[in-house]
Ligand binder design. Structure first.
Ligand code: ADP
Length: 444
């Protein structure tokens, strides 16, 4: 109900009564002054009570504050404030309960959860962050995470262009036996939510797998080399008549097994070291010339037409040996999987998005559903055909992907059925070596 008509009526009534009484005594103005002073005093008294109550000096209910008469404007005001206070008390209780639940939940999460500011300063962390990252909620707030957890992999990860789409693994600063995997998600206003999960078990399994593959490959290499050698000798000495075909076939398969083993060993070497160990300016144009020569030898009678569009001033910072393996695999695949006599184009240039090396063939192309899986080990589009040709190891593109990752690069495959395929290696522009440095590297 609207209280204002009543308030106005009462005020006018008091003022009129004051005026009348004053008029009766011969001082109308004095009467009006007395009435308005009385009204002012009454309002001041209630303001005083309200202030004391809001300041919590006296309790409203059951305390010494006197309630205004129920039909006055002040009782309305006190009533509204009381409702607001009760609502806010309820909200506070609910928030406290929620906060308690959140604290219990965050303490129960086995992964470390850290809230970071836009500049990667720690704003909040849970209990697991102490066990996994060594953060102390009481003293580390406001400090940059990279100062608290000194790890180059973490620093590079946080400074990378889009950390949200990747993750990084490194040994925990608390215990070197524990491996943590870090992911970052956008959170709040320009903040980040960092999650660190214990992946020690997975890491150990992966380590065991790598060791197993490396050891088996290593152990098989010597006996296979011996068998291959004897098969060659047998072919030279008694590889005629009925024995010729079986011996040729045996030697082909033994050579293929050796290729697989060499590639497996190369892959485990690439996996066992986190990044390129010895980086140097690599004269990529010369390297491409040499790989193309090998490609021509492989093509031989197939007569592929090699076309080079190479920026001869553009070198690349990286590992010569690893880049040679990757480029050879791409060029040899172009020879093996494209029609004889068709062109194979090799382009190396600086593009707006970075440095790009492309190997383009006019082969049969690859059906779209196979493209995302091509870099998996032993994945083949046409298994029967690959086995029949009996050449590749099935590891070529896996090697290319690893080499590129170690050069902070990426392999992008485009293919149109019936038209051909493009295998593009993308590198960051910063990996390009300026001519002045090239000259220095050449002299050295
Ligand atoms: P492989 O030793 O079988 O060539 P790779 O890892 O080098 O192993 O390649 C995996 C598969 O990708 C190949 O078996 C082939 O099916 C397909 N592939 C690779 N390069 C090409 C290409 N240039 N054109 C068509 N298919 C290709």
């Amino acid at each position: 109900m609207n209280p204002w008509p009543l308030v106005l009526r009462r005020t006018l009534l008091i003022m009129a009564a004051g005026g009348l009484l004053g008029g009766f005594l011969g001082h109308v103005l004095m009467g009006l002054l007395l009435a308005s002073t009385g009204l002012l005093g009454w309002h001041l008294l209630h303001l005083y009570r309200l202030e004391r109550w809001l300041n919590r000096r006296v309790a409203f209910r059951g305390g010494s504050v006197e309630l205004p008469s129920p039909d006055s404007i002040w009782s309305e005001i006190f009533g509204h404030i009381l409702t607001l206070k009760q609502r806010s008390r309820k909200r506070k209780r609910k928030l406290t309960r929620l906060l308690k639940q959140f604290k219990h939940a965050s303490a129960a999460v086995p992964s470390a959860v850290v809230i970071l500011s836009a500049n990667h300063e720690v704003q909040w962390c849970n209990a697991a962050a102490t066990d996994l990252l060594g953060l102390q909620a009481s003293q580390d707030m406001g400090q940059p995470l990279t100062v608290l957890v000194r790890n180059p992999a973490l620093r590079d990860y946080l400074n990378s262009r889009d950390p949200e789409h990747h993750q990084v693994e490194f040994p925990s600063p608390v215990n070197a036996e524990t491996y943590v995997s870090i992911t970052l998600s956008p959170y709040g206003k320009k903040q980040h939510l960092l999650m660190a999960t214990d992946v020690s078990r997975l890491h150990r399994l992966e380590q065991t797998r790598q060791d197993f593959v490396a050891n088996v490959s290593h152990e098989l290499r010597t006996p296979l080399t011996v068998i291959n050698g004897y098969l060659e000798t047998l072919l030279d000495t008694c590889g005629i008549g009925v024995w010729q075909q079986p011996l040729v076939s045996m030697q082909q398969q033994a050579t293929r097994m050796l290729t697989i083993i060499e590639d497996l060993l190369l892959l485990s070497r690439l996996e066992s070291t986190p990044g390129v160990q010895q980086q140097a300016p690599v004269p990529l144009p010369d390297l491409l010339d040499s790989v193309v020569e090998d490609g021509k030898t492989l093509s031989a009678d197939l007569n592929h037409q090699f076309e080079l569009e190479v920026d001869r001033q553009l070198w690349l910072l990286g590992s010569h040996q690893e880049l040679r393996s990757a480029l050879s695999n791409l060029v040899f695949n172009a020879v093996r999987y494209s029609t004889p006599g068709t062109p194979i184009r090799i382009r190396w240039s600086r593009q707006p998005e970075g440095l790009v090396l492309e190997v383009i063939d006019r082969g049969e192309g690859i059906p779209a559903q196979h493209i995302p899986r091509l870099t998996e080990r032993f994945y083949r589009v046409d298994r029967s055909r690959s086995r029949a040709t009996a050449t590749g190891s099935g590891l070529g593109l896996a090697i290319v992907k690893h080499v590129l990752q170690r050069h902070d690069g990426e392999l992008r495959i485009r293919s149109v059925l019936g038209e051909g395929s493009t295998f593009a290696c993308h590198f960051a522009a910063e990996r390009g070596v300026p001519p002045a440095v090239q000259k220095h590297a050449y002299m050295a």
